[in-house]
Design a protein around this ligand. Sequence first.
Ligand SMILES: NC(=O)c1ccc[n+]([C@@H]2O[C@H](COP(=O)([O-])OP(=O)(O)OC[C@H]3O[C@@H](n4cnc5c(N)ncnc54)[C@H](O)[C@@H]3O)[C@@H](O)[C@H]2O)c1
Length: 349
Amino acid sequence: MRKLKNILVTGGSGFIGSNFIRLILDKSSCIPSIEKVINIDKLTYAGNLENNQLYKDDSRYFFVKDDICNKNIVTNLISNFNIDAIVNFAAESHVDNSIEKPGEFIQTNIVGTYNLLECVRNKKLSGINPIFLHVSTDEVYGTLSADDEKFNEFSRYKPNSPYSASKAASDHLIRAWNKTFGLKTLITNCSNNYGPNQNEEKLIPKTISRAILKKSIDIYGEGKNIRDWLYVEDHCNAIVQVLTKGKIGETYNIGGLNEISNIEIVNMICEKLEDIYPFRENTSSMDKEIKVPTNSYKDLIRFVADRPGHDFRYSINPEKIQNELDWIPSVEFELGIEKTVNWYIKKLT
Ligand SMILES: NC(=O)c1ccc[n+]([C@@H]2O[C@H](COP(=O)([O-])OP(=O)(O)OC[C@H]3O[C@@H](n4cnc5c(N)ncnc54)[C@H](O)[C@@H]3O)[C@@H](O)[C@H]2O)c1
């Protein structure tokens, strides 16, 4: 196991990054050697300092509001904090936004990753070569039909959205900087995450928050698209395994072994809400868009025009990380959804 002391986390005020920092600061068995965690985050609409609330006063935690594209600041952070590992979460991460405004995805996801790599390459010239773990997505592999085999580390890259294309490009840069310049890189490609701290633009928190507000719950197409869902803490544990024990230059796919269609998830959330926070006792005002009488959360569901280029199915085969690094997802989906629903109810009511 690598003895890492000082870790630079990018995008640590977003959903997964903030959960990752919490895990490595809270659970000393994860990375026992840890001394400092530095979070560089630009605080876009998706970054929120409330996500770092639980450890903001921990003397090992440092926050810097800045952009991963800023070469001077990244160079100084790597040197001043004697960084021995970088975990790159910073990204524009929402597919719908990438269709509206692809430019920001090119800038942060590609140019930002390139800048981080160049800062690390310069550091290597001085004799210190920090590990660089790049957090990526299963969406780089494109889409599957219902009968296709799950994606594995050898699947071809076939991204379909500006978001997934920008992540695919950044993955290629990582690989090239490893092969050409000898950087100590690792790539993880994970499936859809859910859990606390996620921005309400994403399916699960959006469904919960709109239901609580008694607003329409919009589902693309017929809701048949399938995703493989991974509880965020399971994902963060997997990243710790890869960071501390993964083979340099390799890619690890991280999946939840939990495929489910969008409509099934929305129905499940509605049922969970009825148990915990019954519709009839929820006094939030009704959305004026809803024309039909609503007696339950499920009555809020509406099917809307599909997203252009909407991938039908993602599914990850996590055998490599299971076999080589002894990681498996541990949070059962229904329990994960219950925890997530409870977290948002507490936050929003
Ligand atoms: N959420 C998922 O289900 C999922 C699935 C697969 C892969 N991923 C990948 O995991 C990573 C983290 O995803 P997330 O869901 O936490 O994203 P997020 O959108 O919740 O958070 C992204 C964070 O990055 C910050 N950021 C954006 N641009 C920046 C810049 N130029 N400089 C510094 N900080 C910047 C934002 O302020 C935000 O705090 C991303 O790289 C994403 O592609 C996410």
